[in-house]
Design a binder for this molecule. Structure first.
Ligand code: SER
Length: 321
């Protein structure tokens, strides 16, 4: 295997995944080898990365300059508009979710980058696909702006790999649950909001109906999976679109029951909004056996452990014990 010092650029570094991934990459590679980027102005508490670039990922020239200036080898390109927000701004979502990925793939094709990570989503599956244990190779039929952009991105990843040898790797993330940085604009975000409201209000009104199961994953497991995929030897990877990741599968009602086990007075009711239709078009559970076989995907958290950890940390964070 080729050995080199990794210099990492993270886009969307201030987002839900970006914040935690940046911390882990800094632990592994040292702050001096990690460049975070986002739209916010820099301040000293913004990120644990050694460097911060305030940039819009759609600005291709600026992004290219940053890659050259820092001699970046590896990009975690996380900047994206999630499913709910994408429905409100379809053309902007398409532009943001697809074009910067192509810019990074072009840079890798030219030899400027060695490796790219790009997140896909369970949103690629869509209507008419069996709900349970959805396999890697089912026909994709996304019916949302977000799902369409992710499906196209996956095919571009495969294209750049097959045609130009670009080492771009991807995971179809399920809904991600975490306490450090809030999610923004996703359909699975109910499973994050519910914890905040449980701690702050003791009750929650879910915008997803009680019996709608979706695949979900605790952030620690998502970060571990991402790093494992990126560290895996190239020759072990058989999927160059994006790997299925199943994680956990549960309904709002089941999650509420877990929270009630910890907080017996917690109450929930249900007022589904436009995101219910998005959830209805997504799978309830996912078969991720290929990721387990190819690069050793594994999980540490089940729904009870996740619930306990979320509540414990949020109570501290929100100072509401
Ligand atoms: N969590 C994302 C969303 O709900 C799915 O990838 O948009």
């Amino acid at each position: 295997m080729e050995s080199y010092t990794e210099k990492i650029l993270i886009t969307g570094a201030l987002g839900q995944i970006g914040t935690e991934l940046t911390n882990r990459l800094v632990e592994i590679h040292g702050a001096e080898n990690v460049v975070a980027s986002g739209l916010d102005r820099w301040d000293k508490n913004l990120t644990s990365a050694g460097f911060y670039e305030r940039m819009d990922v759609s600005n291709t020239q600026l992004v290219r300059q940053v890659v050259k200036d820092y001699e970046i080898t590896t990009v975690y390109h996380l900047a994206s508009l999630l499913s709910g927000t994408s429905e409100r701004q379809p053309l902007f979502a398409w532009k943001l979710n697809v074009e910067p990925l192509l810019n990074f793939c072009e840079m890798a094709k030219e030899g400027l980058l060695k490796k790219i990570f790009w997140p896909s989503s369970i949103a690629v599956f869509g209507k008419g696909i069996p709900k349970e244990n959805v396999g890697q190779d089912v026909v994709l039929n996304p019916t949302t702006v977000y799902g369409i952009s992710k499906m196209a991105g996956e095919k571009w990843c495969e294209y750049y790999h097959d045609k130009h040898g670009v080492d771009v790797r991807s995971i179809r993330y399920p809904g991600l649950i975490s306490w450090k940085t809030p999610a923004g604009g996703g359909t699975t975000d109910y499973a994050v909001e519910i914890f905040y409201e449980a701690v702050e209000q003791g009750k929650y009104t879910s915008f997803i109906s009680e019996n709608t199961a979706m695949p979900m994953l605790y952030m620690d497991d998502a970060i571990n999976a991402t790093l494992k995929l990126m560290e895996a030897p190239k020759e072990n990877l058989t999927v160059r679109t994006s790997y299925n990741l199943g994680g956990l599968s549960f309904t709002p009602k089941e999650l509420a029951t877990e929270i009630k086990n910890e907080m017996p007075d917690f109450e929930i009711d249900y007022q589904p909004d436009f995101r219910q239709a998005i959830a209805d078009s997504w799978p309830a559970s996912i078969d991720d056996s290929i990721a387990k076989k190819d690069w050793g995907l594994s999980y540490d958290f089940d729904i009870s452990e996740m619930t306990k950890d979320m509540l414990k940390n949020l109570k501290i964070k929100l100072n509401a014990n």
